[in-house]
Design a protein around this ligand. Structure first.
Ligand code: MN
Length: 328
């Protein structure tokens, strides 16, 4: 039995913000992508229909708000973007929901914006593009730091998920990529930064203080299912003052969900099921950077998992984690 799938990682752009071609794209390729980022009720919806996808949870394209070092501008841009997302959801709420963009350059403002988005606009959680640049371009601030702990308390108390989405490491902090620009971006750079950010969160102790906090990772967990045993094994021999009370893998199993966005690979899915169980894995695409038809063709034809697990990953888990029964 196939049911309309839900996908949690599809990106859109606020009109006027997708004109500049990012470094990692050729201008012609970006023209197509930027059109798709803007055409929510046309191309995105028809791609969903063709792929048997019933609902998409919209979020901004990266780095979005995280790449605006000026705090005031970041706060204003997040508010404008979230109002725009809310308008798009209101046009077709059965097919679209949204994750809030957050100005984590200012943790208090980010917490307030999340409350507004969840309580007033009916958003399903937040999607944040990894670290924030703050005040100066060459800065990368991660959310394990003490100034973010109250923010995490707000996320837990709202009982909504925080989707930690990739962005490229800053060139000044990733000299190991020098001379090989093709390894940047979604090829490898995204993964290195996002997996590191997730490990920073697991090891800083926030999940001891906020045990009900929920974080979602895309791309089948950004390599962590493959590496978690070794990380815990090595940290147990040299913890170097790591404040987390449990093995990091315990937080991974209890506080994290992962999606299949951009990682339509059966071997990787099976490894992730062995780590997290089918209850913590959610089908997703990563439109328009991945084709919905490719994702659906892979997922709909998986013959190595049970129908019960397939149904959970296709839709059931998303309905539970995003509380879609309560969606307006
Ligand atoms: Mn994405």
């Amino acid at each position: 039995m196939k049911i309309p799938k839900i996908t949690l990682e599809d990106h859109v752009a606020v009109p006027g913000t997708a004109d500049k071609v990012p470094d990692r794209f050729e201008p012609e390729a970006w023209q197509k992508i930027s059109h798709a980022l803007l055409d929510i009720h046309g191309q995105l919806l028809s791609d969903m229909d063709a792929a048997g996808i019933g609902m998409s949870v919209l979020s901004l394209n990266c780095p979005a708000i995280q790449g605006i070092p000026d705090k005031k501008r970041a706060v204003e841009a997040a508010r404008r973007a979230n109002d725009y997302l809310a308008e798009q959801v209101a046009r077709n709420p059965k097919r679209f929901q949204a994750f809030a963009a957050l100005p984590l350059q200012d943790p208090d403002a980010a917490a307030k914006e999340l409350v507004r988005c969840v309580k007033q606009l009916g958003f399903r959680g937040a999607l944040v593009n990894s670290f924030s640049q703050i005040d100066v371009d060459d800065s990368a601030v991660y959310y394990d730091l003490p100034q973010y702990w109250d923010f995490w308390g707000t996320v837990e108390s709202l009982d909504v998920p925080f989707y930690l989405h990739p962005r490229d490491p800053l060139p000044s902090r990733m000299t190991s990529f020098d001379g090989q620009p093709w390894l940047r971006g979604s090829v490898w750079g995204f993964t290195v930064d996002t997996a590191t950010h997730a490990l920073r969160l697991m090891s800083c102790g926030i999940f001891d203080k906020y045990p009900k906090l929920t974080v979602i990772l895309g791309h089948l967990g950004e390599t962590l299912p493959f590496l978690m045993w070794r990380i815990d094994n090595r940290i147990s021999m040299a913890s170097r003052g790591c404040p987390a009370k449990k093995k990091l893998g315990e937080y991974f199993k209890k506080n994290f969900y992962v999606t299949t966005s951009g990682q339509f690979c059966t071997q990787s899915l099976l490894d992730t099921i062995l780590w997290l169980g089918a209850d913590r894995i959610l089908f997703s695409v990563d439109h328009p950077f991945e084709k919905m038809s490719v994702a659906a063709n892979w997922f709909d034809n998986l013959d190595t998992i049970s129908e019960a697990d397939w149904l959970k990953m296709a839709r059931g888990n998303a309905e539970r984690v995003l509380k879609l029964d309560a969606a307006k």
